[in-house]
Design a protein around this ligand. Structure first.
Ligand code: DUC
Ligand code: ZN
Ligand code: ZN
Ligand code: ZN
Length: 490
């Protein structure tokens, strides 16, 4: 039997196992794992690691902020940069803004992604306007088209939902097996400090970090977890940036709640000292939640090691250091009007490999789980995506674990004019990236056409093994609990 493509001689690693085998791919799918396989085409992976292609589950692509600014990367440049970084799929956000319908939002993002992406893609739906119609009709329609995860905001005046709206969204999502994600920061604390900093003339980028204290994150994570457990709904806390927040996630998981955590590369690789750079340079390092300190980095590593976090992301939010992005409100605008976010989609995997695997903090299997397999499972793509198994898509990244390279902007292949990680030396890089058995990046070159990427119609996640919670007031046998739990306002 001859396969379309055989990858020979490499060391395969999945989220559970590491083993030597050839991989036979036919029709874009993994058809065999074995020895001595023959193919019409061959990739020699001797001395290399053969991993599931990365899945970037947190990035902002062709997304306008609530105040109108557009990310520098679209589905073409964003997917190319992701592919160079070892990813074969990504799930950016489709952002509803107030006054927009959910279906209208998803149609808009379809038009942005179709014909542009080089890798397969889906969207998490950002809900900023949970109208009756959205909850009753449009969210079920979103599930039906394969959008099985949502994100909500507890901060930002134009995006945030209140606790009652949060309960509506959580319980609607729960009924469909969808996963809600939350940006958890207390908006009152942030506004209160920001007003005082501004009144005192403290407007430089460094005050951004001061205006978003750890307490704001911890309070909001605690409230979000409380609300999710109240209605027994699954919830992922995204971009956890503090030990306090991570501890809350760990505690809830220990108690059996369907609570999941994500952290992002910048919180492990950078500190808020970078915000002190001269002039406006610090704006390049502004993200929300903000960068913290060294002790926080150590605590977040520990939480990655012990499994508090299921997902490791880039939170690629590319705003250029010019008047289209960070400086849109002027060359010395106060921190509170500067776009939040930094790029890094091509570096998520190399940074976690170099700092995690190469330095002995994580096993290669933990690396695969944190960068691909857990994303596939939680976001309804497993086992088609996120693993190397017979029947799975031929989404594979072949890594040279010994190659050392210095980070440069040119190597990002994005539309940005800076990288916050410039000059870092990293060991371990992807050399060939496949999507459905096709080479998309090979030896430093893009070898596939934008537009080949397909929409991933995602399934509900499987929450087997999480006992969840029981709220006596919502018991279906008491107090009209079934009606209340279903969201009917009787
Ligand atoms: N939240 C994100 O997830 N990314 C960028 C900025 C933000 O507030
Ligand atoms: Zn938005
Ligand atoms: Zn966020
Ligand atoms: Zn984000």
């Amino acid at each position: 039997m001859q396969f379309d493509l055989v990858i020979t001689g490499g060391t395969i690693a999945t989220a559970s196992d590491t083993f030597a085998a050839d991989i036979g791919i036919t029709g874009g799918k993994i058809a065999a794992l074995g020895t001595g396989l023959q193919g019409a085409d061959t990739i020699d992976a001797a001395g290399k690691l053969v991993l599931p292609g990365g899945i970037e589950a947190h990035c902002h692509i062709a997304q306008e902020s609530a105040t109108g600014g557009m990310t520098a990367d679209d589905y073409r440049s964003g997917s190319i940069s992701a592919a160079f970084g070892g990813n074969s799929s990504f799930v950016p956000f489709a952002a509803q803004h107030r006054g927009m319908g959910v279906t209208e939002t998803l149609d808009l993002y379809d038009s942005r992604a179709e014909g542009a992406s080089v890798i397969d893609y889906g969207y998490h739906l950002i809900i900023a306007d949970p109208t009756e119609n959205a909850l009753r009709d449009e969210l079920p329609a979103a599930f039906a088209r394969g959008v099985t995860s949502f994100k909500v905001f507890m901060t930002y005046d134009l995006m945030k939902i209140d606790d009652g709206q949060f309960l509506d969204i959580l319980s609607t999502a729960r009924d469909h097996g969808a996963l809600t994600m939350v940006h958890a920061e207390n908006s009152g604390i942030i506004r209160w400090i920001t007003d005082r900093l501004m009144a005192g003339g403290h407007t430089a980028p460094r005050y951004h970090a001061i205006s978003h204290p750890a307490a704001a994150e911890a309070e909001a994570i605690n409230r979000a977890i409380t609300l999710a457990r109240f209605v027994d709904a699954p919830l992922m806390i995204v971009h956890v940036s503090t030990p306090e927040g991570a501890d809350l996630v760990a505690r809830a998981r220990l108690e059996g709640a369907k609570i999941f955590g994500e952290t992002c590369a910048q919180y492990l690789m950078l500190t808020r000292d970078d915000l002190d750079r001269p002039g406006m340079e610090g704006a390049k390092f502004m993200c929300s939640p903000p960068l913290r300190d060294r002790a926080t980095q150590d605590a977040l590593w520990r939480h990655l090691q012990v499994g508090t976090f299921s997902v490791f992301s880039s939170d690629h939010a590319p705003y250029r250091f010019d008047d289209s992005g960070k400086l849109a409100k002027g060359p010395d605008a106060p921190f509170k009007v500067i776009a939040n976010g930094m790029p890094g989609i091509a570096l998520r995997l190399p940074m976690l490999f170099s700092e995690g695997v190469a330095k002995g903090r994580l096993t290669i299997n933990q690396f695969v789980a944190l960068t691909a397999t857990n994303q596939a499972k939680l976001f309804g793509m497993h086992p088609t995506k996120g693993t190397i198994a017979i029947g799975s898509d031929g989404d594979i990244a072949i890594w040279d674990p010994t190659k050392t390279r210095t980070v440069t902007l040119a190597d990002q292949h994005d539309n940005m004019d800076y990288t916050p990680f410039e000059g870092m030396e990293l060991t371990g890089w992807p050399v060939t990236v496949l999507s459905r058995g096709e080479r998309i990046v090979d030896a430093g070159e893009l070898v596939a056409k934008p537009g080949r990427g397909r929409f991933i119609k995602r399934a509900p996640a499987d929450f087997t093994g999480y006992p969840g919670s029981h709220t006596p007031e919502l018991d279906p046998t008491l107090n009209f609990g079934a009606d209340i739990a279903r969201g009917r306002r009787t």
